[in-house]
Design a protein. Structure first.
Length: 180
């Protein structure tokens, strides 16, 4: 269910970013992001992994993790929309960008990793609330479940980063033409 929510948030906010984003975000900021994307190839898969791990770790924090989940997806979707508006100014380009983000192997794995972190956060938050209501303590099982969700997400993010790097290297020429 969280995976579907991720997809819907990305689509909605990408469309918002495409149509209204250029009113709020200047082309120079998007140019900086473009340069950062290009330099990703030189930095390798570990850079991608560590960047995504920061986001994922925030999503895994009980109680506040779901807010970071929504914030990260909102920013990603909105910036994607703005970027496409400046780079190619085509709704077809936005659809293709969303398709790549959501359905290329790295996107599926990455979004799945974020879903695991957020599910762990939500589950543990529910466990905290239930424990407080019943006057009991959080069990080791509750803590173990949170850790397992997080560890699964970390492994998935590592795989996603390596797949994304492979995709970037493989499609480097096409990507250069699109983002130039």
């Amino acid at each position: 269910m969280i995976y579907v929510i991720e997809l819907l948030i990305l689509v909605f906010l990408s469309i918002m970013g495409f149509y209204v984003g250029p009113l709020f975000i200047g082309q120079s900021i998007i140019g900086s992001l473009r340069n950062e994307l290009i330099s990703t190839v030189d930095l390798g898969p570990n850079y991608i992994f560590l960047h995504n791990l920061e986001i994922d770790t925030l999503m895994a924090i009980p109680v506040i993790g779901p807010f970071f989940f929504v914030l990260a997806l909102a920013m990603t979707g909105f910036i994607l929309g703005v970027y496409v508006a400046y780079a190619i100014n085509s709704i077809i380009g936005l659809v293709l960008s969303l398709f790549i983000t959501m359905f290329f192997p790295h996107g599926i794995i990455e979004l799945l990793a974020y879903a695991f972190s957020t599910t762990g956060s939500l589950t543990f938050t529910r466990d905290i609330i239930n424990a407080l209501r019943r006057g009991r303590h959080i069990s080791r099982g509750d803590i173990t479940a949170l850790i397992i969700y997080y560890l699964i997400s970390v492994v998935l993010l590592y795989i996603a980063a390596n797949v994304e790097y492979f995709e970037i290297i493989t499609l480097k020429g096409l990507i250069s033409r699109i983002i130039s």
